[in-house]
Design a protein around this ligand. Structure first.
Ligand code: GLU
Length: 490
């Protein structure tokens, strides 16, 4: 381990939503930083000008904040202005920095201007294919003196800046903190582009320059970047920078053991948020996709994760995304939330479904007490609470059939008059049972001819949760108004 103060980064490309894989990378970096009292940096890799958007950047920042993954340095979450001493933190604002570093490599002969056209490169590829060998670019410009190349550029010729891969084959050794020792033979890659002819630097180059200048000590990132690491180590060496330690995190698979994708359902954090997952549950679940607590615990607070997180407990085997486990974890967190807090989290879901409820905290606590154990996600509350909404009461088509029965009018009339005669603004479960018995006697009906019209008069539907649970949660006046509406259809 390096003795430099720990500095890690999450480096998303703002080309879409934050996916669970990205969220895991961000979380592990943040946990590693906090555990080691280091800094967690957010760097935005937006050099792909066609695919990167500010909207995607803002959405990703919002998702990171929602997950509780605040960064110490990086773009400000609102203004996007750099926060920290190593900015700017958006690669699109660092072009001059990359240019200056490329210049160093050109001056020392470790990179060169290459004037090969796309057609020439395509022809080289076709030839390699015909000869059955892998293609590596062979540039006639590799050993041209810099002064000659500069003249061509002055004349207006377009050139890329290519890295000069050493001619003698060497094995680059990497001690990956998750995957152990990995050896890359240098001839795995040919001279690769650092700066495109458009002037836009490529990912591998920006990444090294930034990691070095931002004094990143550990790079924790997805396994798919392992193939970039050889090129990156070469660039570190050429620039004379100390490379960071690397930890490549295994891929995340769906339950069918295929790479997790849309086919498996939600994959982005905002989808999970919209489905009603709690950020603390999702974070806890994601933490266990490739890491395990030394105590073998499944439910861990963020503080416990920080305390216990270490890379030697990060597994190199692929992680499997178990939807049922995520639901279980969410339900566990949800049931532990204090009622006031849980209600606050439910409000956006109720608003979306146009449901409104009493503002009385006691009523809310009572209703939550009844339904909490039936909820796995916040979204589940919509259907559970719908019958209790003070707005939008409607009588369904099937319910109208029930009201059309010969005996239904007298059932609902008796129900309404008995409810109206009760003192107080709410009735108890016992009151309800008694009233139902009384309606039975008065209207001379039993079984479904008794229960269903009452149900329709209470919730507007012939089926649903138990009435003895719902009725005590409905204000007497609401019950009377609903009964009146039902009578209009009898
Ligand atoms: N921008 C890269 C990505 O979104 C991250 C590369 C890295 O972490 O080195 O996958």
């Amino acid at each position: 381990m390096t003795s430099r103060p720990v500095r890690v980064r999450f480096a998303p490309s703002p080309t879409g939503y934050l996916h669970v894989g990205g969220a895991r990378t961000a979380l592990y970096n943040q946990l590693f930083a906090r555990h080691n009292e280091g800094q967690f940096i957010l760097r935005v890799e937006d050099t792909d000008e066609e695919r990167s958007t500010e909207e995607a950047l803002r959405l990703q920042l919002k998702d990171l904040e929602w997950l509780g993954l605040q960064w110490d340095e990086g773009p400000h979450p609102e203004t996007l202005e750099p926060m920290g001493d190593f900015g700017p933190y958006r690669q699109s604002q660092r072009k001059a920095i990359y240019r200056a570093q490329a210049e160093k490599l050109l001056q020392t002969g470790q990179a060169y201007y290459c004037f090969l056209t796309d057609e020439e490169i395509e022809a080289q590829k076709a030839q390699a294919k015909a000869q059955g060998r892998p293609h590596q670019v062979q540039s006639p410009w590799r050993d041209k003196p810099l002064s000659e190349s500069l003249k061509l550029i002055e004349e207006g010729q377009k050139a890329t800046v290519r890295f000069k891969v050493p001619e003698t084959k060497v094995d680059y050794k990497l001690k990956d903190l998750v995957r152990g020792e990995i050896s890359f033979p240098s001839d795995m890659v040919g001279d690769f582009v650092l700066i495109r002819s458009s002037g836009m630097p490529v990912y591998n180059f920006c990444c090294v320059v930034d990691d070095a200048l931002m004094e990143i000590t550990h790079v924790l990132r997805a396994e798919e970047h392992l193939s970039n690491t050889l090129r990156q180590i070469m660039i570190y060496q050429a620039l004379g920078f100390e490379p960071p330690e690397f930890a490549h995190l295994s891929i995340i698979l769906g339950e069918d053991r295929q790479k997790m994708s849309k086919r498996h359902g939600a994959t982005s954090c905002n989808e999970f948020r919209e489905q009603g997952y709690l950020p603390e549950a999702l974070t806890n679940f994601i933490a266990l996709l490739g890491w395990s607590s030394p105590e073998g615990k499944e439910i861990l607070s963020h503080r416990q994760m920080v305390e216990q997180f270490s890379l030697d407990r990060v597994h190199s085997a692929p992680a499997v995304f178990d939807q049922a486990k995520l639901k279980w974890m969410n339900a566990t967190y949800l049931r532990k939330l204090p009622e006031v807090e849980l209600w606050k989290r439910l409000e956006p879901f109720f608003a979306e479904a146009n449901l409104s409820f009493s503002a009385d905290p006691e009523w809310r606590a009572k209703a939550l007490g009844v339904f909490k154990t039936s909820m796995e996600t916040l979204r589940d509350a919509i259907e559970l609470f719908r019958p209790l909404s003070t707005s939008g009461f409607e009588i369904s088509v099937e319910a109208k059939d029930v009201l059309a029965w010969d005996t239904s009018r007298s059932v609902v009339e008796e129900w309404k008059s008995l409810v109206g005669a009760l003192p107080g603004s709410f009735m108890s479960e016992e009151d309800f049972v008694q009233i139902q018995e009384e309606v039975k006697t008065r209207a001379q009906v039993k079984g479904k001819h008794l229960f269903m019209p009452i149900r329709v008069a209470v919730i507007g539907q012939p089926s649903g949760a138990e009435l003895k649970v719902l009725v005590p949660l409905l204000e007497k006046q609401t019950l009377l108004d609903r009964a009146e509406k039902a009578l209009e259809l009898c």
